[in-house]
Design a binder for this molecule. Structure first.
Ligand SMILES: C[S@@+](CC[C@H](N)C(=O)[O-])C[C@H]1O[C@@H](n2cnc3c(N)ncnc32)[C@H](O)[C@@H]1O
Length: 201
């Protein structure tokens, strides 16, 4: 069952957690259907993925399901295990049969940086959308993404349908990431940009 949710309810994680436990709703996310399909396409067959910013696990489920057999997804998010968003996430991953593929690093990405695996072949950055937040996560991508690996950045393009949606991450992406010679831009889907690492430096 998937009841339609009013906006006020989407901001009430404790209530959402109860409804989700009762299988009355699905987890909520601002990531669109087209963006999720795009993530899934690029994660398909990958072996070692990282997601920065997991919330209720909507994108994590799609990525984890797409990985190669034996593939691993590391999810980085400050929500503690007791947080209702994190509880929804674990339950949803379990319902899809992919909880065993996921490792959680519970903290901000910069605090967890030393534990994020090197040599990843897929990274989805969807945590702190400020200019400085994406700047920090970009440093982690440079450190952890293997050559030929795919990097996806949410909220880095302004959709025509939502011209007001301009977090600092859009400016950092345009000023720095888009121009980096070690990355080849592949596509933009709504607010999501996808790049491939073409060389180490
Ligand atoms: C937009 S939500 C993620 C949505 C999720 N990727 C999806 O598509 O369903 C952003 C998440 O980033 C987390 N977050 C915020 N700052 C962060 C940081 N510095 N490092 C890691 N996660 C962060 C928040 O706790 C929140 O759960």
């Amino acid at each position: 069952m998937n009841l339609p949710l009013p906006d006020w309810l989407k901001r009430r994680p404790r209530i959402l957690n109860v409804l989700h436990a009762l299988k009355l709703i699905r987890p909520v996310s601002s990531t669109t259907k087209a963006e999720l399909q795009c993530l899934e396409r690029h994660a398909r067959g990958k072996a070692l993925a990282v997601e920065i910013g997991t919330a209720q696990g909507v994108s994590a489920v799609r990525i984890a399901r797409a990985l190669a057999p034996g593939g691993r997804l590391v999810c980085v998010d400050p929500y503690s295990e007791e947080n209702p968003n994190a509880q929804i996430c674990r339950r949803e991953l379990a319902r899809w049969g992919v909880l065993g593929r996921v490792t959680f690093l519970r903290g901000r990405s910069v605090e967890m940086a030393a534990q994020i695996p090197r040599g990843c072949d897929f990274m989805f950055v969807d945590g702190d959308h400020s200019y400085e937040g994406l700047q920090a996560d970009w440093g982690i991508v440079l450190e952890c993404l293997a050559v030929d690996g795919i990097a996806c950045f949410h909220d880095t393009s302004v959709p025509v349908e939502e011209p007001h949606r301009q977090p600092g991450s859009v400016r950092f992406f345009n000023e720095v990431i888009r121009k980096h010679p070690g990355f080849e831009w592949l596509e933009t889907v709504y607010t999501l940009n996808v790049l491939r690492r073409c060389r180490a430096a």
